[in-house]
Design a protein around this ligand. Structure first.
Ligand SMILES: *Cc1c(COP(=O)(O)O)cnc(C)c1O
Length: 359
Protein backbone atom coordinates (compact mmCIF):
# COMPACT_ATOMS: atom_id res chain seq x y z
CA UNK A 1 0.00 0.00 0.00
CA UNK A 2 1.27 3.48 -0.82
CA UNK A 3 -0.70 6.51 0.22
CA UNK A 4 -0.79 9.36 -2.25
CA UNK A 5 -0.28 13.01 -1.35
CA UNK A 6 -3.75 14.48 -0.99
CA UNK A 7 -4.22 18.22 -1.54
CA UNK A 8 -8.01 18.12 -1.29
CA UNK A 9 -9.73 21.24 0.10
CA UNK A 10 -12.23 19.11 2.02
CA UNK A 11 -12.91 16.46 3.06
CA UNK A 12 -9.17 16.65 3.41
CA UNK A 13 -6.14 14.59 4.34
CA UNK A 14 -6.04 13.10 7.83
CA UNK A 15 -2.82 12.31 9.70
CA UNK A 16 -1.64 8.82 8.78
CA UNK A 17 -0.98 8.04 12.46
CA UNK A 18 -4.63 8.80 13.23
CA UNK A 19 -5.92 6.54 10.45
CA UNK A 20 -3.61 3.77 11.65
CA UNK A 21 -4.81 4.01 15.22
CA UNK A 22 -8.43 4.10 14.07
CA UNK A 23 -7.89 1.01 11.93
CA UNK A 24 -6.23 -0.83 14.82
CA UNK A 25 -9.18 0.03 17.05
CA UNK A 26 -11.83 -0.49 14.39
CA UNK A 27 -13.08 -3.95 15.40
CA UNK A 28 -12.24 -3.88 19.08
CA UNK A 29 -11.88 -0.56 20.89
CA UNK A 30 -9.36 -1.01 23.71
CA UNK A 31 -10.46 -4.54 24.57
CA UNK A 32 -14.16 -3.64 24.92
CA UNK A 33 -15.04 -6.03 22.10
CA UNK A 34 -16.83 -3.54 19.87
CA UNK A 35 -16.15 -0.65 17.54
CA UNK A 36 -16.57 2.97 18.64
CA UNK A 37 -19.21 3.13 15.90
CA UNK A 38 -21.27 0.51 17.70
CA UNK A 39 -21.24 2.08 21.16
CA UNK A 40 -24.09 3.90 22.83
CA UNK A 41 -23.35 7.60 22.93
CA UNK A 42 -24.32 7.40 26.63
CA UNK A 43 -21.79 4.65 27.37
CA UNK A 44 -18.94 5.38 29.75
CA UNK A 45 -16.45 4.71 26.92
CA UNK A 46 -18.04 7.17 24.50
CA UNK A 47 -18.55 9.83 27.15
CA UNK A 48 -14.85 9.51 28.03
CA UNK A 49 -13.88 9.82 24.35
CA UNK A 50 -16.08 12.91 24.00
CA UNK A 51 -14.80 14.56 27.16
CA UNK A 52 -11.17 13.93 26.27
CA UNK A 53 -11.69 15.38 22.79
CA UNK A 54 -13.20 18.53 24.28
CA UNK A 55 -10.45 18.88 26.89
CA UNK A 56 -7.69 18.39 24.31
CA UNK A 57 -9.26 21.03 22.06
CA UNK A 58 -9.52 23.37 25.04
CA UNK A 59 -5.84 22.74 25.85
CA UNK A 60 -4.71 23.27 22.24
CA UNK A 61 -6.55 26.58 21.81
CA UNK A 62 -6.38 27.73 25.43
CA UNK A 63 -10.18 27.97 25.64
CA UNK A 64 -11.35 29.34 29.00
CA UNK A 65 -14.38 28.30 31.06
CA UNK A 66 -16.18 31.38 29.70
CA UNK A 67 -16.83 29.35 26.55
CA UNK A 68 -18.89 26.31 25.65
CA UNK A 69 -17.33 23.91 23.18
CA UNK A 70 -20.07 22.20 21.17
CA UNK A 71 -19.82 19.27 18.77
CA UNK A 72 -22.74 19.61 16.36
CA UNK A 73 -23.91 18.43 12.95
CA UNK A 74 -24.96 20.30 9.82
CA UNK A 75 -21.55 21.65 8.87
CA UNK A 76 -20.44 25.25 8.75
CA UNK A 77 -23.40 25.84 6.44
CA UNK A 78 -25.82 25.17 9.29
CA UNK A 79 -23.90 27.71 11.39
CA UNK A 80 -24.62 30.31 8.69
CA UNK A 81 -28.24 29.99 9.93
CA UNK A 82 -27.74 29.15 13.60
CA UNK A 83 -25.66 32.26 14.25
CA UNK A 84 -28.36 34.75 13.20
CA UNK A 85 -31.17 32.57 14.64
CA UNK A 86 -29.51 32.67 18.05
CA UNK A 87 -27.85 36.09 18.12
CA UNK A 88 -30.07 38.45 16.12
CA UNK A 89 -33.14 38.37 18.33
CA UNK A 90 -36.35 39.39 16.52
CA UNK A 91 -35.34 41.14 13.30
CA UNK A 92 -32.06 42.52 14.64
CA UNK A 93 -29.11 43.74 12.63
CA UNK A 94 -25.60 42.37 12.08
CA UNK A 95 -22.44 43.47 10.29
CA UNK A 96 -20.87 41.09 7.78
CA UNK A 97 -17.57 41.32 5.92
CA UNK A 98 -17.76 39.94 2.39
CA UNK A 99 -14.49 38.38 1.26
CA UNK A 100 -15.66 35.60 -1.05
CA UNK A 101 -17.96 32.69 -1.63
CA UNK A 102 -18.27 31.49 1.95
CA UNK A 103 -18.96 34.97 3.35
CA UNK A 104 -21.57 35.43 0.64
CA UNK A 105 -23.37 32.28 1.72
CA UNK A 106 -23.26 33.38 5.36
CA UNK A 107 -24.70 36.78 4.39
CA UNK A 108 -27.48 35.27 2.30
CA UNK A 109 -28.55 33.03 5.15
CA UNK A 110 -28.47 35.82 7.75
CA UNK A 111 -30.70 37.97 5.53
CA UNK A 112 -33.54 35.50 6.18
CA UNK A 113 -33.54 36.46 9.86
CA UNK A 114 -32.78 40.14 10.06
CA UNK A 115 -30.95 43.07 8.57
CA UNK A 116 -27.44 42.56 7.23
CA UNK A 117 -25.05 45.47 6.81
CA UNK A 118 -22.17 44.49 4.54
CA UNK A 119 -19.61 46.63 6.32
CA UNK A 120 -16.79 45.87 3.89
CA UNK A 121 -16.27 43.84 0.74
CA UNK A 122 -13.33 42.83 -1.42
CA UNK A 123 -15.49 42.07 -4.43
CA UNK A 124 -14.09 45.16 -6.21
CA UNK A 125 -10.83 43.29 -6.76
CA UNK A 126 -12.32 39.86 -7.30
CA UNK A 127 -11.90 38.81 -3.66
CA UNK A 128 -8.10 38.82 -3.72
CA UNK A 129 -7.55 40.60 -0.40
CA UNK A 130 -8.98 41.22 3.07
CA UNK A 131 -10.25 44.79 3.50
CA UNK A 132 -8.25 46.72 6.11
CA UNK A 133 -10.36 47.50 9.14
CA UNK A 134 -10.11 51.29 8.74
CA UNK A 135 -12.20 50.94 5.55
CA UNK A 136 -15.12 49.17 7.27
CA UNK A 137 -18.41 50.90 7.98
CA UNK A 138 -19.69 49.08 11.07
CA UNK A 139 -23.14 49.88 12.43
CA UNK A 140 -23.69 51.13 15.96
CA UNK A 141 -26.66 48.83 16.53
CA UNK A 142 -25.26 45.55 15.17
CA UNK A 143 -25.75 42.51 17.39
CA UNK A 144 -22.49 40.98 16.14
CA UNK A 145 -19.78 41.23 13.48
CA UNK A 146 -19.22 38.21 11.22
CA UNK A 147 -16.23 37.47 9.02
CA UNK A 148 -14.47 34.58 7.32
CA UNK A 149 -10.84 34.46 8.50
CA UNK A 150 -9.87 32.13 5.66
CA UNK A 151 -11.71 31.97 2.35
CA UNK A 152 -11.06 28.40 1.28
CA UNK A 153 -11.88 28.92 -2.40
CA UNK A 154 -10.09 32.22 -3.00
CA UNK A 155 -7.15 31.38 -0.73
CA UNK A 156 -7.48 34.69 1.13
CA UNK A 157 -6.71 34.94 4.81
CA UNK A 158 -7.10 37.87 7.20
CA UNK A 159 -3.66 38.91 8.53
CA UNK A 160 -5.39 40.47 11.57
CA UNK A 161 -8.20 39.81 14.03
CA UNK A 162 -10.80 42.57 13.73
CA UNK A 163 -11.30 44.97 16.65
CA UNK A 164 -14.87 45.39 17.82
CA UNK A 165 -16.82 45.83 21.04
CA UNK A 166 -19.55 43.60 19.55
CA UNK A 167 -19.35 39.82 19.66
CA UNK A 168 -17.01 38.78 16.85
CA UNK A 169 -18.26 35.72 14.96
CA UNK A 170 -15.88 33.83 12.68
CA UNK A 171 -16.10 30.92 10.25
CA UNK A 172 -12.78 29.23 10.97
CA UNK A 173 -13.58 26.07 8.96
CA UNK A 174 -10.39 26.01 6.92
CA UNK A 175 -7.82 27.56 9.24
CA UNK A 176 -8.69 26.52 12.80
CA UNK A 177 -5.77 24.78 14.54
CA UNK A 178 -3.26 25.93 11.91
CA UNK A 179 -1.57 28.14 14.56
CA UNK A 180 -2.32 29.50 18.04
CA UNK A 181 -5.42 31.69 18.33
CA UNK A 182 -6.58 34.13 21.01
CA UNK A 183 -10.08 32.72 21.48
CA UNK A 184 -10.94 35.45 24.01
CA UNK A 185 -11.22 37.93 21.13
CA UNK A 186 -14.25 36.07 19.78
CA UNK A 187 -17.91 35.61 20.63
CA UNK A 188 -18.39 32.59 18.37
CA UNK A 189 -15.91 30.48 16.42
CA UNK A 190 -17.29 27.73 14.22
CA UNK A 191 -15.69 25.20 11.92
CA UNK A 192 -16.80 22.23 9.88
CA UNK A 193 -14.43 19.40 10.77
CA UNK A 194 -13.47 18.12 7.34
CA UNK A 195 -10.63 20.57 6.71
CA UNK A 196 -8.36 20.68 9.74
CA UNK A 197 -10.20 18.74 12.47
CA UNK A 198 -11.35 15.34 11.28
CA UNK A 199 -13.81 13.65 8.95
CA UNK A 200 -16.97 15.31 7.60
CA UNK A 201 -20.08 15.09 9.75
CA UNK A 202 -19.12 17.02 12.86
CA UNK A 203 -18.90 20.76 13.44
CA UNK A 204 -17.10 22.50 16.27
CA UNK A 205 -18.69 25.60 17.81
CA UNK A 206 -16.83 27.59 20.45
CA UNK A 207 -19.28 30.08 21.93
CA UNK A 208 -19.05 32.56 24.79
CA UNK A 209 -21.47 31.43 27.48
CA UNK A 210 -23.31 34.75 27.72
CA UNK A 211 -24.32 34.46 24.05
CA UNK A 212 -26.24 31.24 24.67
CA UNK A 213 -29.93 31.22 25.63
CA UNK A 214 -31.22 34.19 23.62
CA UNK A 215 -32.89 32.39 20.70
CA UNK A 216 -36.48 33.48 20.01
CA UNK A 217 -39.11 30.92 21.04
CA UNK A 218 -39.78 29.81 17.45
CA UNK A 219 -36.24 28.52 16.98
CA UNK A 220 -36.31 24.70 16.86
CA UNK A 221 -34.56 22.91 19.73
CA UNK A 222 -31.96 21.42 17.41
CA UNK A 223 -30.97 24.88 16.16
CA UNK A 224 -30.76 26.51 19.60
CA UNK A 225 -27.23 26.58 21.04
CA UNK A 226 -28.73 26.28 24.53
CA UNK A 227 -30.13 22.84 23.78
CA UNK A 228 -26.69 21.53 22.93
CA UNK A 229 -24.85 23.43 25.65
CA UNK A 230 -27.23 22.06 28.31
CA UNK A 231 -26.90 18.51 26.98
CA UNK A 232 -23.13 18.37 26.49
CA UNK A 233 -23.75 18.08 22.73
CA UNK A 234 -25.70 14.85 23.37
CA UNK A 235 -29.28 16.13 23.11
CA UNK A 236 -29.73 13.65 20.30
CA UNK A 237 -27.32 11.05 18.93
CA UNK A 238 -24.14 12.89 18.00
CA UNK A 239 -21.83 11.72 15.18
CA UNK A 240 -19.89 9.52 17.58
CA UNK A 241 -17.30 8.12 15.19
CA UNK A 242 -16.44 11.53 13.74
CA UNK A 243 -16.13 12.86 17.31
CA UNK A 244 -13.73 10.01 18.17
CA UNK A 245 -11.61 10.71 15.07
CA UNK A 246 -11.53 14.43 15.83
CA UNK A 247 -10.28 13.47 19.29
CA UNK A 248 -7.49 11.39 17.77
CA UNK A 249 -6.50 14.40 15.63
CA UNK A 250 -6.41 16.66 18.72
CA UNK A 251 -4.19 14.13 20.49
CA UNK A 252 -1.97 13.94 17.40
CA UNK A 253 -1.65 17.74 17.37
CA UNK A 254 -0.56 17.68 21.00
CA UNK A 255 1.99 14.97 20.14
CA UNK A 256 3.36 17.22 17.36
CA UNK A 257 4.07 19.95 19.91
CA UNK A 258 0.77 21.81 19.76
CA UNK A 259 -0.24 24.79 17.69
CA UNK A 260 3.05 26.73 17.94
CA UNK A 261 4.80 23.78 16.31
CA UNK A 262 2.06 23.64 13.66
CA UNK A 263 2.49 27.37 13.04
CA UNK A 264 6.21 26.97 12.35
CA UNK A 265 5.61 24.02 10.06
CA UNK A 266 2.64 25.57 8.24
CA UNK A 267 4.48 28.83 7.65
CA UNK A 268 7.41 26.94 6.16
CA UNK A 269 5.13 24.84 3.92
CA UNK A 270 3.28 27.92 2.64
CA UNK A 271 6.50 29.90 2.13
CA UNK A 272 7.97 27.11 0.01
CA UNK A 273 4.97 26.91 -2.27
CA UNK A 274 4.32 30.66 -2.66
CA UNK A 275 8.07 31.24 -2.95
CA UNK A 276 8.29 28.97 -5.95
CA UNK A 277 5.09 30.30 -7.54
CA UNK A 278 6.35 33.90 -7.23
CA UNK A 279 9.77 33.02 -8.62
CA UNK A 280 8.25 31.39 -11.69
CA UNK A 281 6.71 33.08 -14.75
CA UNK A 282 4.79 29.92 -15.49
CA UNK A 283 2.63 29.86 -12.36
CA UNK A 284 0.92 32.72 -10.56
CA UNK A 285 -1.24 33.44 -7.53
CA UNK A 286 -3.51 36.51 -7.63
CA UNK A 287 -3.84 37.17 -3.89
CA UNK A 288 -2.33 40.22 -2.20
CA UNK A 289 0.82 38.80 -0.53
CA UNK A 290 -0.02 39.76 3.07
CA UNK A 291 -3.46 38.08 2.74
CA UNK A 292 -2.37 34.77 1.30
CA UNK A 293 -3.83 31.70 2.97
CA UNK A 294 -1.45 29.30 4.66
CA UNK A 295 -3.91 26.48 4.11
CA UNK A 296 -5.33 26.92 0.59
CA UNK A 297 -2.98 27.95 -2.20
CA UNK A 298 -4.73 28.64 -5.51
CA UNK A 299 -2.56 29.12 -8.58
CA UNK A 300 -2.99 29.29 -12.33
CA UNK A 301 -0.78 28.21 -15.19
CA UNK A 302 0.26 30.86 -17.72
CA UNK A 303 -1.43 28.73 -20.36
CA UNK A 304 -4.80 27.39 -19.17
CA UNK A 305 -4.80 24.88 -22.05
CA UNK A 306 -2.27 22.92 -19.99
CA UNK A 307 -4.56 22.60 -16.93
CA UNK A 308 -5.83 19.14 -17.83
CA UNK A 309 -2.34 17.86 -18.59
CA UNK A 310 -1.06 19.27 -15.31
CA UNK A 311 -3.77 17.51 -13.32
CA UNK A 312 -3.33 14.24 -15.21
CA UNK A 313 0.42 14.20 -14.73
CA UNK A 314 0.10 15.21 -11.08
CA UNK A 315 -2.28 12.34 -10.48
CA UNK A 316 0.08 9.93 -12.21
CA UNK A 317 2.77 11.21 -9.81
CA UNK A 318 0.40 10.39 -6.90
CA UNK A 319 -0.55 13.98 -6.12
CA UNK A 320 -4.31 14.14 -5.86
CA UNK A 321 -7.07 16.76 -5.84
CA UNK A 322 -5.15 19.75 -7.18
CA UNK A 323 -8.00 21.13 -9.31
CA UNK A 324 -9.27 24.57 -8.25
CA UNK A 325 -12.86 24.96 -7.01
CA UNK A 326 -15.34 24.34 -9.81
CA UNK A 327 -16.43 27.98 -9.63
CA UNK A 328 -12.95 29.45 -10.29
CA UNK A 329 -10.93 26.78 -12.13
CA UNK A 330 -7.14 26.71 -12.17
CA UNK A 331 -5.35 24.82 -9.42
CA UNK A 332 -5.52 24.78 -5.66
CA UNK A 333 -3.24 22.99 -3.25
CA UNK A 334 -4.73 22.69 0.22
CA UNK A 335 -1.90 22.14 2.66
CA UNK A 336 -3.67 21.60 5.96
CA UNK A 337 -2.01 20.35 9.15
CA UNK A 338 -2.18 16.72 8.03
CA UNK A 339 -0.43 17.38 4.71
CA UNK A 340 3.25 16.68 5.41
CA UNK A 341 6.05 18.99 4.34
CA UNK A 342 7.27 16.18 2.08
CA UNK A 343 4.04 16.56 0.09
CA UNK A 344 4.78 20.25 -0.49
CA UNK A 345 8.36 19.43 -1.48
CA UNK A 346 7.11 16.80 -3.92
CA UNK A 347 4.58 19.23 -5.38
CA UNK A 348 7.17 21.97 -5.90
CA UNK A 349 9.52 19.46 -7.56
CA UNK A 350 6.69 18.30 -9.80
CA UNK A 351 5.76 21.88 -10.70
CA UNK A 352 9.38 22.69 -11.57
CA UNK A 353 9.66 19.64 -13.77
CA UNK A 354 6.33 20.38 -15.44
CA UNK A 355 7.44 23.94 -16.14
CA UNK A 356 10.69 22.69 -17.68
CA UNK A 357 8.83 20.36 -20.01
CA UNK A 358 5.92 22.64 -20.93
CA UNK A 359 7.09 26.19 -20.22
C1 LIG B 1 -15.91 24.15 3.67
C2 LIG B 1 -16.35 25.46 4.19
C3 LIG B 1 -17.69 25.73 4.50
C4 LIG B 1 -18.79 24.72 4.26
O1 LIG B 1 -18.71 23.72 5.18
P1 LIG B 1 -19.82 22.59 5.29
O2 LIG B 1 -19.32 21.83 6.47
O3 LIG B 1 -19.76 21.81 4.01
O4 LIG B 1 -21.12 23.23 5.50
C5 LIG B 1 -18.00 26.95 5.01
N1 LIG B 1 -17.07 27.90 5.23
C6 LIG B 1 -15.76 27.67 4.94
C7 LIG B 1 -14.76 28.75 5.19
C8 LIG B 1 -15.37 26.45 4.41
O5 LIG B 1 -14.08 26.23 4.13
Amino acid sequence: MTRAYNFCAGPAALPEAVLKQASEEMLDYQGRGLSVMEMSHRSAEMVAIAEKAEQDLRDLLGISDDYHVLFLQGGASQQFAMVPMNLLGEGGKADYINTGQWSKKAIKEAQRFGEVNVAASSEDRNFTYAPAQDTWSLSADAKYVHYTPNETIGGVEFPFIPETDKPLVADFSSTILSRPLDVSRFGVIYAGAQKNIGPAGITVVIIRKDLVGHAPAAVPAMLDYKTHADAGSMYNTPPTYAWYLAGLVFQWLKDQGGLSAMETLNRRKADKLYGYIDASDFYSNPVQPDCRSWMNVPFVLANADLDKTFLKEAEAARMLNLAGHRSVGGMRASIYNAVPEAAVDALVDFMKDFEKRHG
